[in-house]
Design a protein around this ligand. Structure first.
Ligand code: MG
Length: 161
């Protein structure tokens, strides 16, 4: 099973507006300026250990290497990265008026994003989105419960052979 996270305003936050994880130690704090939302290290570490695949799905142009290395400094391993160039090449493929993200194309079970339009596209196109906000202090627990629900549902609804 796969979970994906958006970066900007989802895992990466403005610490003036949203509680953030402590900075990386010098000199890494000078190289990786993005600040992680408080609770991200705990939740993503748990996801790494749980057997779920951990994906990043961003409309930004940050490179796969930058994203992987940043999370590696927090001890987190990213299974796959979909950034703007990959989404363009593999999902959009030149089509006009295409949704900004399409987690279903990668069989992602749950996508986490701050954008209302992504949430609405999920309802319209049949993929599941957890919409996160700046004041969502229970997000770690909410996503944990959502993952449990998806896992239980998959087991209960599986065809018996
Ligand atoms: Mg975002």
């Amino acid at each position: 099973m796969k979970i994906s996270f958006d970066l900007d305003e989802t895992l990466f936050v403005n610490p003036a507006e949203v509680p953030a994880e402590p900075d990386l130690k010098f000199p890494y704090n000078k190289i990786y300026k993005d600040k992680l939302r408080k609770g991200a290290v705990e939740l993503l570490t748990e996801i790494n250990k749980s057997g779920w695949e951990l994906w990043i799905y961003t409309t930004s142009n940050r490179s796969e290497g930058y994203i992987r290395r940043l999370f590696r400094h927090y001890g987190i391993s990213i299974d796959s990265v979909v950034n703007a160039p990959r989404h363009e090449a593999e999902v959009v493929r030149g089509r006009a008026d295409f949704p900004s993200k399409c987690p279903a194309a990668y069989h992602i079970d749950l996508h986490v994003d701050d954008e209302k339009s992504v949430y609405e596209n999920g309802i319209a196109n049949g993929f599941r989105v957890y919409r996160i906000t700046n004041d969502d202090t229970d997000w770690v627990e909410n996503i944990r419960k959502e993952l449990e629900r998806i896992k239980r549902n998959k087991g209960d609804c599986a065809l018996k052979s």
